[in-house]
Design a protein around this ligand. Structure first.
Ligand SMILES: [Zn+2]
Length: 365
C-alpha cells in the first residue's frame, strides 16, 4: 500500500502524482522508465548518429534545411543556436498562443537577429483561441492542450507548405516533465473529444492538422522527421543558459519552465489544486535523474514554487477568471473537473503500444 506522504527516494515525485508506483527500494516507476531509456545513452554514439541525420537534410530542400519551433524559451533558443553552429539553415516558426511574455518576444527577436534566421509568426484570428481556451476550461478543466495542439499543427503545416522534411525541437522527455495522460494530454483525439460539437468540423480540422493515426504513420515514416536534440546531446541548463545569455542575449531563469508564457503560473496553480503537485516537480525530477540538480535542491525549488503559488492564490484566480471569462463558481468547477474522461481509446492503445515498443527496444523495466 502506498503511503500518501511517500516520495520517490531518487527523484522528488510524490505518491499523489498520477499513475505512480514505487518499488521495494522506494524508487518510482518514472525513474525506472527514465533509466531504462536514457541511463546508458552513449553520447559519442549519439553524436555520430545526430551528424548523420543532419547531413541527410543539409541542403536537401530549398531554401530551408529544416524547421524549428521558437517559443523564446531556453531550449528552443539553444536548439536554434546548435543548428546554426552546425551549418544548417533553419526556418524558425512561432505559434502565438496569446499569452507570450515580453521576455519571450525579446528572446525570439534577439535570437532571430543574432543568428540571422528567417522567422514566421502564426497568429490565429482574434476569437478562435479565447473561445477554445474557455471551452476547454469549462469542459475539461484545463487549457494547455489547446496551445500544445496548436504548436504541433502549426509546425507540421509550415513544414508541409515549405517542403521541409526535418522539424527540430529542443524539447525531450529526457530533460522535461514526462507526464502520464492522467496529468496532461494533448493528443488530437483528446482535442476532438473535448472540442466536440461546440466547434464546427471546419474549425476543429483547421486547428488540428492530422488525426492520431496519420500522426503515428508520419512519425514511423519520418515524413517529416521530428528530431529532439536533447535525445542526442548533453543538454545541461547550467552549461547552455550562460552561453545563450552571452551569445543571444537570452533572458530567463534556471530551473523554471515556461518563462515564455504568462499563464504558466496559472496552469501550475490549477495542477496544484487538482493533483497537489505541480508540473515543475516532474520537470525538476528529470533534471535530478539527468544529474543536473541535487534532490535536495529540487525539493527546495519545488516547495518554494508551490508555496509562492498559494501565496498569490487570489491574484492567480483573478487572472484565470479574467483571461477565460469565468465566474468564481465556474473556476471552482473547472478545478473539480477531470480531463481523463476525454482521453480517447486510440490514445490509450497507442500509449500501451509505445510502452511495449520501448520495453522491447530498451530492455526490461
Ligand atoms: Zn522517481
Amino acid at each position: 500500500m502506498t503511503d500518501r506522504n511517500q516520495r520517490c527516494t531518487r527523484c522528488i515525485l510524490p505518491a499523489n502524482y498520477p499513475a505512480i508506483s514505487f518499488d521495494e527500494t522506494g524508487v518510482c516507476s518514472f525513474c525506472r522508465k527514465w533509466e531504462m531509456k536514457w541511463r546508458s545513452l552513449d553520447f559519442n554514439r549519439q553524436e555520430t548518429l545526430l551528424e548523420s541525420i543532419l547531413s541527410r537534410y543539409r541542403g536537401r530542400s530549398e531554401p530551408y534545411d529544416c524547421l524549428i519551433g521558437l517559443s523564446g524559451g531556453k531550449d528552443s533558443c539553444y536548439a536554434a543556436y546548435v543548428l546554426m553552429k552546425r551549418n544548417l539553415h533553419p526556418l524558425a516558426c512561432t505559434f502565438d498562443n496569446g499569452f507570450m511574455t515580453d521576455r519571450a518576444l525579446h528572446n525570439i527577436s534577439s535570437t532571430v537577429k543574432t543568428l540571422r534566421m528567417d522567422h514566421v509568426f502564426i497568429h490565429h484570428h482574434s476569437r478562435r483561441l479565447p473561445d477554445l481556451y474557455r471551452h476547454f476550461m469549462l469542459t475539461a478543466g484545463e487549457f494547455c492542450s489547446v496551445c500544445n495542439v496548436g504548436i504541433r499543427a502549426a509546425l507540421y503545416r509550415m513544414a508541409r507548405s515549405y517542403g521541409i522534411d526535418l522539424i527540430v525541437s529542443g524539447h525531450s522527455i529526457r530533460t522535461e516533465a514526462n507526464s502520464p495522460g492522467e496529468f496532461f494530454t494533448c493528443s488530437s483525439g483528446y482535442f476532438h473529444n473535448v472540442a466536440g460539437n461546440a466547434f464546427s468540423h471546419k474549425t476543429r480540422k483547421g486547428f488540428v492538422h492530422i488525426n492520431q493515426i496519420e500522426r503515428v504513420i508520419s512519425h514511423i515514416q519520418r515524413s517529416p522527421h521530428y528530431l529532439q536534440l536533447p535525445s542526442f546531446m548533453i543538454w545541461k541548463e547550467e552549461e547552455f543558459i550562460p552561453l545563450i545569455e552571452r551569445e543571444l542575449n537570452w533572458q530567463g531563469l534556471f530551473g523554471r519552465q515556461h518563462t515564455d508564457c504568462r499563464m504558466s503560473d496559472a496552469k501550475e496553480y490549477l495542477k496544484l489544486k487538482k493533483f497537489g503537485v505541480v508540473e515543475l516537480t516532474a520537470k525538476l525530477s528529470s533534471l535530478v535523474r539527468d544529474g543536473q540538480l541535487s534532490r535536495d535542491e529540487a525539493l527546495r525549488l519545488s516547495r518554494e514554487y508551490s508555496d509562492g503559488l498559494m501565496e498569490h492564490e487570489a491574484e492567480l484566480r483573478d487572472q484565470i477568471r479574467t483571461e477565460f471569462d469565468l465566474t468564481g463558481e465556474q473556476l471552482d468547477r473547472a478545478i473539480q473537473t477531470t480531463h481523463t474522461r476525454f482521453i480517447s481509446r486510440t490514445d490509450t492503445a497507442l500509449s500501451a503500444l509505445k510502452s511495449l515498443y520501448e520495453r522491447i527496444r530498451f530492455g526490461r523495466c
